[in-house]
Design a protein around this ligand. Structure first.
Ligand code: PSU
Ligand code: MN
Length: 307
């Protein structure tokens, strides 16, 4: 099964863990290049890998380097991605063919990280926030490819919900249509990334990693082709005041409309503006919620490996 694709390179430690049925957790690279500023992006990416190890799993940060799909990066490669930042092509599903054919670099989004993780045989993936249905999508049709991927690739994605730069209600509707279970970890509300609450309910509240792993096992045994989305709320002490974050989001969206920002630039623009408008506070929250998701993903992968 593993390493079948001619464009795929699985890092030896990751390959050994997969072959032995040991837990592995995938991590994305767009969060490094486009989601956070340097050098915090690199520090966070390396710290997340350590957290995965401390919780019993092997980390596999995923990216495209010189046209090779990489499952597992070296610290030097992580540094390279962090330093190059937004200069690196943000690679979604539609970009893979040309990037591979040209031998270019690509930062993997939730979508492409799921694709490559699945190719390599990695089942669990931890990130910060997923893309979704943008506000105003009824006219712009801006719906993240992440939702389509969740509908067709059987990987468990552990996130902190989605930012309210998106229309969270429509995002949940879309996931329902695609048959993606949306599970709140210890909550019956979809967290909104910086805040623990959003006002939107999830399908299921699950309180333990054992039950998460059991649900994912049943999902796979049933032959479900979709992913599972686990929404893990930011720890209370790092959550941001609702008004502070929402004012920043509303201002960032207004500016993006004024500037005519479109397509794949929209999400990075909004993320960067929200982060600037809220200063270091939102970055600190962002880092902590990623750590929290890495812990849950690693523990769940460790239990899953025993089932
Ligand atoms: N949302 C975040 N942080 C991120 C992203 C989204 O809060 O870093 C990144 C992820 O890589 C996600 C991608 O997969 O943006 C979605 O981009 P788009 O909306 O263009 O599909
Ligand atoms: Mn989009």
């Amino acid at each position: 099964m593993m390493n079948m694709n001619k464009y795929l390179d699985v890092n030896p430690e990751v390959a050994a863990a997969i072959a032995e049925g040991k837990p592995v957790v995938a991590l994305e690279s767009t969060i490094i290049s486009h989601g956070m500023p340097y050098p915090q992006n690199v520090e966070t990416a390396l710290a997340v890998e350590q957290i995965i190890r401390d919780n019993g799993a092997v980390p596999a940060t995923i990216a495209i380097i010189g046209g090779r799909l990489k499952a597992g990066l070296t610290p030097e490669e992580i540094e390279y991605f962090g330093k190059k930042g937004q200069e690196i092509h943000k690679a979604s599903r539609r970009d893979l063919a040309v990037i591979c054919a040209r031998g270019e670099d690509g930062a993997t989004t939730v979508t492409t990280t799921m694709i490559i993780a699945h190719m390599a045989g990695i089942k669990v993936f931890a990130t910060g926030g997923i893309g979704g249905v943008h506000r105003g999508a009824e006219t712009t049709m801006d719906i993240s490819a992440d939702l389509e991927e969740l509908g067709q690739t059987p990987v468990m994605v552990v996130c902190a919900g989605a930012k309210s730069i998106l229309d969270l209600g429509l995002t949940l509707e879309y996931l329902e249509t695609k048959g993606v279970p949306v599970i709140g970890f210890g909550t019956d509300e979809l967290p909104a990334f910086y805040t623990r609450q959003s006002g939107f309910g999830v399908d299921y509240k699950i309180d333990t990693v054992e039950e998460l792993a059991a649900a994912f096992k049943a999902h796979n045994d049933l032959g479900m082709k979709s992913g599972i989305l686990v929404a893990n709320p930011i720890p209370e002490e790092y959550a941001m005041p609702f008004d502070v974050i929402n004012n920043a989001i509303n201002q960032a969206i207004a500016e993006s409309v004024e500037k005519g920002i479109k397509g794949k630039e929209t999400t990075p623009f909004l993320l960067a503006r929200v982060s600037e408008l809220t200063g270091g506070d939102s970055l600190a929250s962002n880092i902590q919620l990623v750590f929290n998701n890495a812990r849950v993903a690693a523990k769940t992968a460790a239990v899953y490996a025993t089932l």
